[in-house]
Design a protein around this ligand. Sequence first.
Ligand SMILES: Cc1ncc(COP(=O)(O)O)c(C=O)c1O
Length: 677
Amino acid sequence: MRKPASRVLVINDEKLVLRDLLKGLNAAGRSLDNPLGISFTGVTTARGALTAIEEDGDLQAVVVDDTLYTLTNSAGGSRTLQMSALELVQRITRLRPELDVYIMIAQEQEDQVVDALFTEAVDGYFYREERDYRGWYRILNAEIQEKAKTPFYDQLKSYVLMAKDAWHTPGHSSGESLRDSPWASDFHGFMGDHVFDADLSVSVPMLDSLMEPTGVILEAQKLAAKAFGARRTFFATNGSSTANKVILQTLIAPGEKLLLDRNCHKSVHHGVVLSGAHPVYLDSSVNRKYGVYGPVPKRTILKAIKDHPDAQCLILTSCTYDGLRYDLEPIVRAAHAKGIKVVVDEAWYGFARFHPVFRPTALEAGADYVTQSTHKVLSAFSQASMIHVNDPGFNEHIFRENFNMHTSTSPQYGIIASLDVARKQAVMEGYKLLARTLQLSGELRESINATGVFRVLELEDLLPDEVKKDGVRLDPTKVTVDISRCGYTVEELQRELFERYNIQVEKSTFNTLTLLLTIGTTRSKVSRLYDALMRIAREGRSLRRIYRAPEIPGFTELRFLPRDAFYCGGEPVPLLDEQEKVNPVLAGRVCADQIVPYPPGIPVLVPGQLITAEIVQYLVGLLRSQKRVEIHGIVYDGYLPCLRVLTPREEKDLRKLGITCATSPVPARRGARKALR
Ligand SMILES: Cc1ncc(COP(=O)(O)O)c(C=O)c1O
């Protein structure tokens, strides 16, 4: 295993003093135990410090002398600006919040300096006069080791290495049932020993409990909370799909209002059914030229907040699958002014805290709850997600009940360990890896454009008109490419890339492909993709006619609460009549299920929604299309595709939405929940 290199930057504007400090600290690092490869380097100006912090991805800590700093370096001869240590610390933490910051103070100024820096993210103080290099080194070493700890992973590893006899689940018993099987040993060999050794039962107390953590899981979650800037962090082993449902069930009692982007992930729509929420759907913006769904316009969100001050919460997706992210701060401010909680689905943005190009994160913008699919964009296993909480009124009991309702009593420990390690990696080298990813993204964009046929869509191209002035930004690790001039349809191109060039892309629309760069993307992968696209471009094919995907019909009336409609028995009604034409009897009925075509994964119908002829026509069009579109929620009566709709009797028995809200027993429940806080 490669030994890590960790650097500590010392900032002191007196050259001679700095030289002595570096000499003493480096000597201490050489003579004492130094498993993290700590060495010390120094600068004398604030600008030098900020440059080093930007450029040196191996920096783990900074020691700032409490004096004033000049912004320019002395050789520059230009205007000299003074910056206080306080300002410098603020700029450092804005740039890289994961760095440990220590202040070197003169004893006589102690109170002044400590007071000024009290609210800043300062990890500790050294007295300049003491010159206790070995002591300082030990403290910094311990601090950096603390960040690099993986309490859960370490415990799992040590348990596995103890090789205890297992008299508990899982049935494969550390792989023993498979190892010598003539039928199944191949699986054991393929997966490897430790997949089985580390797949353990909750009967092992030293591995803590995901449902009531008090040991190594709690410790790992605390480290994650610190790393991501949350008050509390919870590990979820069922993806953000579960995390979203847990949060909605925690925040919303039946009948209470939820403001949500209609384009949000289907788990949010499932959360609406489970929580019994009264959803207020916000239509997202659409880029018709490229079939890309963007953020909800800011004015739509602000109007919804104004019109529904009784909403419990607002949930938005940022960034979207295509990398578009909201300017969240003003939205959060407006929601909080009405007492509305803000939940942000950051399924695609879990790395953002670790490089300033991607910040502010939703938590930094003031969101109360954030879900992140750590597995999508950092080094965790599939299904590994985090829930971050910054809500000052967090009701832990209700949250825990809902979390446990959705959590398996046999969580996969490998997933939990991968969250622990993914957090450590993000803290220790996230900045460096993301800087490399950004560099590769820039190179990839340039080389794709250099093909002269494929073109990368930039923010201006992607942004629908209605959000052009909303301060939306683009995550450069999501690269959307216009393929309309290559002479292939998007399906043909995807097949060609896969079969001939071994390349699988993330997603597509009728005229675009989206590529996802992560911290695992390598330069050779970028070159292979460029090579494939260049070869395809050079084929010089004549243009193909590209059929635009039909647009999803607009939202109609929500007649009943989604939960009420979903739990009706309903009846299946075919989408086509006996002449194979669009069945006219469906128009005017109410859907009992969520109907979601993939792609793009946006519900055309939600439970309780009124069906129109236009919607039926749209669904029939998709069923007849040559393209491979899954439509989730369709029920088959034999070979006949049907929608499950409410019977006339059920419609009669259910209270229409307006009446349900006004007369339901919600206020009592809501009051009860508030009282627990
Ligand atoms: C916006 C969004 N939220 C949540 C999810 C669910 O995440 P997970 O796969 O971690 O369950 C997805 C998955 O694609 C998503 O795109």
